[in-house]
Design a protein around this ligand. Structure first.
Ligand code: GLU
Length: 269
């Protein structure tokens, strides 16, 4: 399995981080429009698209004029409850312009831990995809609270997106981020940092490359992306971590071009 096989990927999960979908002014409409166009084009080619989008807490915070990412659980619940509907409203509008319907699925960890509810979600996703509707997934942040019950929270959408890729047997997960991929050291601190082209197994060395957190309005950073990679490397799916500056990059990834960091485990089952 190598990058050229990606042209055959049929079921594709696209994960967008808060910083990818928001700018200082709020939702980045140019980008959301481009994403909708890219997804609609891929659906016309027969692909199935699932989006995992962050941004509920970020959008809600901006809507409520908060200066910082909320730190208390209650404030996060409020921001996400307000932000999620705004976010979905915009997704629905942009996708509809290109003739595509979207459907919201909000997940909590316990849903996927119970075989019956997991199966219900899988059936819902399959049915949406069969009808060419794009499921847009987020963690149900108003409900999933770590302090109440550890089982309810995924914690970050990088990990969530990998779990979604696994449970839907997706061919490819693309994590669109504010970094170009995995570097061998922090590119903001080391101008000689080198972008890693491909990873086939998780090693201690790879983990060391990813220390440090993301920016103010995000929870992830590279560490959670590697958690996602770790999940993907137990499956037959592939993962590409790359820049979300222009969602059209997905077309190039599907042509097999050398973009971002490509994760695929050694040898297929
Ligand atoms: N679920 C959170 C939100 O929508 C984001 C979590 C993350 O950034 O990983 O705001």
């Amino acid at each position: 399995m190598n990058r050229t096989n990606l042209r055959n990927a049929k079921r594709i999960i696209i994960k967008l981080g808060t910083n990818t979908i928001l700018s200082n002014e709020g939702i980045n409409f140019a980008k959301m429009d481009r994403l909708a166009y890219v997804c609609a084009s891929l659906i016309q080619e027969g692909k199935e698209i699932v989006i995992v989008s962050s941004g509920a807490i970020g959008v809600g915070s901006k809507e409520l004029n908060e200066e910082h990412y909320p730190t208390t659980i209650a404030d996060q619940q409020v921001a996400s409850a307000v932000g999620q509907t705004i976010l979905m409203g915009h997704y629905a509008r942009f996708f509809k312009y290109y003739g595509v319907n979207v459907g919201q699925i909000l997940l909590t960890r316990d849903v996927i831990d119970y075989p019956q509810s997991l199966q219900n979600v899988q059936v819902a996703m399959d049915t949406l995809l069969r009808r060419k509707i794009v499921p847009i997934i987020n963690e149900n942040d108003a409900v999933a609270v770590e302090e109440l019950n550890h089982q309810t929270k995924f914690g970050d959408n990088d990990t969530l997106s990998a779990i979604v890729a696994k449970m839907t047997a997706a061919d490819l997960l693309v994590i669109l981020s504010d970094v170009d991929g995995l570097y061998d050291s922090n590119p903001q601190q080391n101008p000689k940092a080198r972008l890693i082209d491909q990873v086939n197994e998780m090693t201690e060395e790879i983990h060391q490359m990813a220390l440090g957190k993301g920016s103010e309005f995000s929870t992830g950073g590279m560490a959670t992306k590697l958690n996602a990679a770790e999940v993907i490397l137990t499956t037959n799916s592939s993962l590409v971590i790359t820049s979300g500056a222009d969602p059209s990059i997905i077309f190039d990834i599907l042509k097999g071009e050398t973009i971002g960091t490509f994760f695929h485990r050694k040898g297929d089952r």
